[in-house]
Design a protein around this ligand. Structure first.
Ligand code: SF4
Length: 467
């Protein structure tokens, strides 16, 4: 940490007005994107409010025209494809021959450059830099060729390659579709007067609803106030659920494809102890994302768990600080050690992941400054050695601390006494899914989809081939 998620999406169809529900649901998904927020409600036409900032900043004051609508979609965003600007904020709306279309997209289309080029060569014009606009314009184009909305979505899915969990408002109908590998999460639930689609199950629960199920990888469905309807499912032999959702991104109370992320994180803590035990006095989580993992480590090791680092919850959005110096200053403002807890102790800091290493380095130094005798780090994610091309905003390879360094070199760079990571097989075991059904691209350099210049999983290297 800290990495930036790309987006969170939400769709609601109800018998009663939904403005408040959309606000509640988007606040519950705020961790997935903090750069822009928006919602579109149907009330005779699509009406949208969106802007740069948090849900509480952008979506707290509405005109009367928003108050009666009973169907709509919402979105929170951190930019991946396309830059950080208002023109890329979602939902994004276009006019099609059949009416209005609005889209909320989480993910990243890996063949977007090729598609954009093809479409521009055929005379299409785009208003934004996003892959989401390519998708919505492709759907609108198929509608203009007399296809139904379901067929238009299906034909678009056949052309786009990448990760996508999408909510789509077509006039007053709410659709959802998910890529055939199921890379990003998406689930559907029931509320008092209707149905909800959300990136994470926890949002449905916070909205007072009950989770019905995950949207299947490759599925196109729609919700109305009365029912969920599946239109088609495109099956892929193997799936590619993003391992990082389990490790860090999703809320700890989210269930992704039937698995509670909190349990996975605790299990990783136990596995870390099994794989890399250490003599120590206290286990200290790096809050908040290291908490469940640290608890698992503490339980397995019988070393006491102590909250020795305190997070200032009112310092927001450190990751949005564009300049490294600003980011560093915010890190020390954000996490402060309790001297009385760490002084004279052999401390094990448990973190969910290490990306650049800057944050870990500063935390280690601050815990040493507070008097710790030894500072060890245990990490709940194997070394990140390769970028994500599928929807998570990560630095480039040369900014990661792990590539081309041994664990001893990383330990030295960070200034800890020891640094150990959970192994890839250990992580896979803790998630409880087959390795063939997970995306492990950023930790194995093997991606589940063709990505230019990168290896695809299942491909043998020349050395493997020769062996
Ligand atoms: S590359 Fe890493 S972060 Fe990106 S989808 Fe795959 S597992 Fe998730």
């Amino acid at each position: 940490m800290p990495l930036r998620e790309a987006c969170g999406v939400l769709g609601v169809a109800s018998k009663t007005p939904i403005l408040n529900l959309l606000q509640v649901g988007l606040r519950a998904l705020q961790h997935r994107g903090q750069e822009s927020a928006g919602l579109t409600i149907f009330d005779g036409e699509h009406i949208t409010q969106k802007g740069m900032g948090l849900v509480s900043e952008v979506l707290d004051d509405f005109g009367e025209e928003f108050k009666d609508g009973t169907v709509g979609i919402g979105h929170v965003r951190y930019s991946t494809a396309g830059g950080s600007s208002m023109k890329n904020a979602q939902p994004m709306t276009v006019s099609a021959v059949t009416g209005e279309l609005s889209i909320g997209h989480n993910g990243n289309i890996s063949n977007q450059d090729k598609l954009r080029q093809e479409k521009e060569n055929s005379g299409w014009a785009f208003m934004s830099d996003t892959d989401s606009e390519i998708i919505i314009r492709m759907i609108a184009n198929y509608l203009s060729k007399n296809h139904t909305i379901k067929k238009a979505i299906q034909l678009t899915m056949e052309e786009i390659i990448g990760s996508y969990s999408i909510v789509l408002l077509h006039n007053d109908e709410v659709y959802a579709f998910r890529d055939p590998l199921g890379i990003k999460p998406l689930c559907v639930g029931q509320i008092n007067d209707g149905y909800v689609i959300a990136s994470e199950s926890a949002a449905i629960e916070v909205m007072g609803g009950q989770v019905v199920r995950d949207v299947e990888p490759g599925e196109i469905l729609s919700i109305s106030s009365n029912e969920i309807t599946t239109h088609s499912v495109t099956n892929a032999e193997n799936k590619a659920f993003c391992m990082f959702e389990y490790v860090y991104f999703a809320r700890p109370d989210a269930k992704i494809d039937g698995i509670l992320t909190y349990n996975v994180r605790q299990e990783i803590g136990r596995k870390l102890w099994e794989e890399s035990p250490i003599d120590a006095d206290i286990i200290v989580p790096v809050p908040d994302s290291g908490i469940a993992c640290a608890l698992g480590f503490s339980e397995a090791s019988n070393i006491p768990y102590r909250e020795g680092l305190i997070k200032n919850r009112y310092v927001h959005r450190s990751f949005i600080q564009p300049v490294n110096e600003q980011r560093k200053a915010t890190i020390s403002e954000k996490l402060n050690p309790i001297k009385e807890i760490v002084e004279g102790k052999r401390v094990v800091l448990v973190d969910d992941s290490i990306v650049r290493g800057n944050t870990s380095k500063r935390i280690v130094q601050s815990v040493r400054d507070a008097g710790a005798k030894e500072v060890h780090i245990r990490v709940g994610c194997p070394p990140i050695i390769s970028p994500c091309f599928l929807g998570i905003d990560m630095p480039s390879r040369d900014e990661f601390v792990a590539p081309n360094r041994t664990t001893a070199e990383i330990t030295k760079e960070i200034g800890a006494d020891t640094v150990e990571y959970v192994s890839v097989p250990g992580l896979v075991k803790c998630i409880g899914k087959s390795e063939d059904d997970l995306c492990l691209g950023c930790i194995t350099e093997k991606y589940p989809l063709p990505i230019e210049g990168e290896r695809q999983r299942g491909q043998a290297t020349l050395e493997e081939f020769e062996a």
